[in-house]
Ligand binder design. Structure first.
Ligand code: ZN
Length: 428
């Protein structure tokens, strides 16, 4: 049943009234430099913020064995975060509406060279409509919106008339194991909303992602007899060439894939980190590459992994040096499949209406070619999973920022969505 226009206006006004506090709360979240493995403090902070709002609390760590036993689990490397997952549960007095999970992640990608930023990355500043800071857009603004859309209802004496589970996870930027752990813990709902920075659009299709590491061993000699040695860095470059061939083949395979064939280059291989050698005057004995590649929805991560292994093996056999010194290949992060959001769900219709009320325009959908935790709920909970959030710039780059006017519109849309999807009841 569509929301009563008077209620819609009250909710919209209430979001506006709380917005200054929401921005301050978001700035507070950005001040935590919550890169991978450093999310304990922000999770404690959010635990308190959830509890203050009267949510029933659950805090748990990622169960390594359970992750290893699930097909969507990613390899747990030494760099894996040990920070807990924080969940707060709203339970209505009468469960008359449809239940909902609101999820966000607190881990942020490394800030990179600080001198590339116009202000320190973990010291949020506002310039015009933009709030700057690492992780502000991706996705602390969304994490705050998850709480403030519920606050907006409470301010006018209302609460959802269905169970709403608010989840703050880690490991979204490297494995997706945090979101998977909420699934393994048993949390389910009739729909999931994740306010990632999606430019006020709904994610229709999303690639999966694999992380892998390749180590090449060389033969160290003094540079004056370089011809007698084997340069591991040069050999690694040759392996990169073989990886680029896989990338080209997978991109060529976009034909006939509905959400991908219109894209120039849907499958991106990133050589994200390279280490090797010891100093300038020895032929390097080692080189290590950290890589990331996307896969189409419907492609099994294990099949893609086998294809990468086979291609690297075949290339190495044909290479005079690598044939006798094969590179070591290991999967050390994301091992995640993509998803497609089925069109025509009731959840999408309700979000579309909320979006139209909040923004005055129709909700558009699009394909995004990077990992999203939404895949957990789409693939394994098998419920409509709405990834939808504010306009941003430079996520994963320097001077990352989020549009505040967009954030307010999105929060309004979220509050309207919650009110219609879950229904509302007076606060006890
Ligand atoms: Zn994100």
């Amino acid at each position: 049943m569509p929301l009563d226009p008077a209620l819609r206006d009250r909710i919209t006004t209430s979001v506006a009234e709380g917005f200054a506090d929401q921005v301050a709360f978001t700035q507070g979240l950005i001040r935590f430099p919550s890169v991978r493995g450093e999310e304990q403090a922000i999770q404690d902070h959010l635990f308190r913020a959830f509890r203050e709002r009267g949510l029933a609390m659950d805090r748990f760590s990622i169960d390594h064995a359970a992750i290893a036993g699930h097909p969507g689990g990613s390899k747990i490397s030494e760099a894996h975060s040990e920070a807990p997952i924080v969940v707060g549960i709203h339970r209505p007095r009468a469960e008359t509406g449809r239940s909902l999970i609101l999820q966000s992640h607190v881990d942020v990608v490394p800030a990179g060279p600080a001198d590339m930023w116009s202000a320190p990355p973990f010291d949020p500043v506002i310039r015009g409509d933009w709030l700057y800071g690492r992780g502000g857009a991706d996705m602390k603004a969304g994490g705050a919106a998850n709480l403030f859309c519920l606050d907006a209802l409470r301010r006018i004496g209302l609460q959802p008339a269905a169970t709403v589970t608010v989840q703050s996870v880690v490991e979204e930027e490297s494995t997706g194991n945090g979101a998977l752990m909420t699934h393994l813990r048993g949390y389910r709902a009739d729909a999931v909303l994740i306010p990632e920075p999606e430019d006020e659009k709904l994610v229709r299709a999303n690639t999966g992602v694999l992380w892998f590491e390749i180590e090449v061993r060389g033969m160290p000699v003094h540079v004056r007899e370089m011809g007698a040695g084997q340069n591991a860095i040069d050999a690694a470059y040759r392996v990169v060439g073989a990886l680029r061939a896989i990338e080209a083949r997978w991109n060529a395979d976009k034909a006939g894939r509905p959400h991908f064939e219109g894209e120039d280059h849907p499958i991106n291989l990133n050589i994200g980190r390279i280490e090797g050698g010891d100093w300038a005057s020895s032929v390097p004995a080692w080189c290590r590459l950290s890589c990331r590649i996307a896969i189409y929805p419907g492609v099994a991560a294990a099949d893609a992994a086998r294809e990468i292994e086979a291609a690297v093996t075949a290339f190495s056999r044909a290479d005079p040096f690598l044939a006798n010194n094969p590179p070591r290949l290991g999967f050390n992060g994301f091992f995640a499949e993509g998803y497609v959001l089925e069109e025509g769900s009731e959840a999408e219709r309700v979000l579309g209406e909320a979006h139209r009320s909040a923004t005055g325009s129709e909700l558009e959908s699009f394909m995004t070619a990077g990992y999203l935790d939404a895949r957990v709920h789409a693939l394994y909970d098998r419920v409509p999973t709405l990834c939808y959030g504010p306009v941003s710039r430079n996520i994963h780059g320097y001077d990352e920022c989020v549009s505040l006017s967009s954030l307010q519109r999105i929060t309004t849309a979220m509050a309207l969505f919650v009110a219609e999807w879950c229904g509302v009841e007076p606060v006890a």
